[in-house]
Design a protein around this ligand. Structure first.
Ligand code: GSH
Length: 313
């Protein structure tokens, strides 16, 4: 009996220590609060600059499970830029914890090689999405919130839907206001729940997340989208988190005070966006589950992937 008790204590202490080491690699934190590193490549696309808008000059590297990369896939579709901005899909490699480029592209087979090609001194995280310039062989930008603005604004002369403006001047202030809140409490908020390393950090993130979901639920009782009848970048940014919510964040990231399915207005909103032309093609539910549950080892050491799928159609 004593032996069994000691076995449990040793196993728990060992596992907790290993878990903490793995978590600090996966998710840098301050007092248990997850701190997302900031993106390092922040150039812009603009006429008469090094990175001028041109047809087939740029490539987006994205992963289908990643909510940040998903933003760029949706805006590329909605704006009709599939023949203008190229796309390469990367896949996660659980063995080395990075992204691989299965087709090889620019002679690179890993995202790390692509980052090094652009800047061989780069030491930061190699994240998707990446906006790559084939002409100068450099990364233009690796921050999704900025890449989607370029996709919205800069390629209209080539776009099949130039009239669609997801970031109109008269709504910019409102969109930015919502973007800030949604980023902190929802987009990054789910990660702050899932990657929290203390109970306090988790609870703060979780209450913040559900308070804002409750607020948006009320707003959507009157509005079709965040900014009344206009689909904007704020909706794209909210959508990519909501579509993963019941599927992975509810269980794996412990965001489980409610499901999105329990919110009637948010559920309606999610379906409306999902059913916009081209959006459903950017969503791969099986892959999202596989990548999150399969690759975030410290959160799911057994690697079991749950069966449920969202009811969205
Ligand atoms: N700030 C970035 C975040 C992108 C990001 O965190 N991507 C994740 C996938 S969901 C990634 O590639 N992580 C790899 C790593 O951190 O090593 C953005 O919004 O573009």
């Amino acid at each position: 009996m004593l032996n069994q008790k000691w076995l449990i204590i040793i196993a728990q202490t060992t596992w907790k220590t290993i878990w903490q080491i793995m978590m600090s690699n996966l998710a840098p934190s301050d007092n248990g609060n997850y701190q997302r590193p900031s993106s390092q490549f922040r150039n812009i696309i603009a006429e008469n600059t090094l990175y001028a808008p041109e047809k087939n000059r740029y490539t987006i590297y994205a992963g289908l499970s990643c909510p940040w990369a998903h933003r760029t896939l949706i805006v590329r579709k909605l704006k009709g830029l599939e023949d203008i901005v190229d796309l390469v899909i990367a896949t996660p490699s659980p063995a080395d914890g990075g992204w691989i480029i299965p087709q090889g592209s620019e002679n690179c087979y890993t995202l790390k090689q692509l980052y090094s090609k652009s800047d061989f001194t780069y030491q930061g995280r190699c994240t998707v999405p990446v906006l790559w310039d084939k002409k100068t062989q450099t990364i233009v930008n690796n921050e999704s919130s900025e890449i989607i603005v370029f996709l919205n604004d800069c390629f209209n002369q080539f776009s099949s839907r130039p009239e669609l403006n997801l970031y109109p001047d008269e709504l910019k202030e409102t969109i930015d206001h919502w973007n800030d809140k949604i980023y902190h409490h929802i987009n990054n908020g789910v990660y702050r729940c899932g990657f929290a390393q203390t109970q306090k950090a988790y609870e703060e993130a979780c209450y913040g997340l559900f308070n804002l979901l409750d607020e948006i639920e009320l707003l959507l009782g009157n509005n079709q989208y965040i900014c009344a009848d206009n689909l904007t970048l704020a909706d794209v940014r909210l959508f990519t988190t909501l579509i993963r919510f019941d599927l992975v964040y509810f269980g794996l990231f412990k965001c489980n005070l409610k499901r999105i399915a329990d919110y009637p207005n948010l559920s309606r909103y999610l379906k409306d966006i999902y059913n916009l032309q081209g959006v459903a093609e950017t969503c791969n539910f099986e892959l999202i589950k596989q990548d999150y549950y399969g690759n975030l080892f410290p959160l799911n050491p057994g690697g079991i992937i749950p069966l449920g799928l969202p009811h969205i159609n």
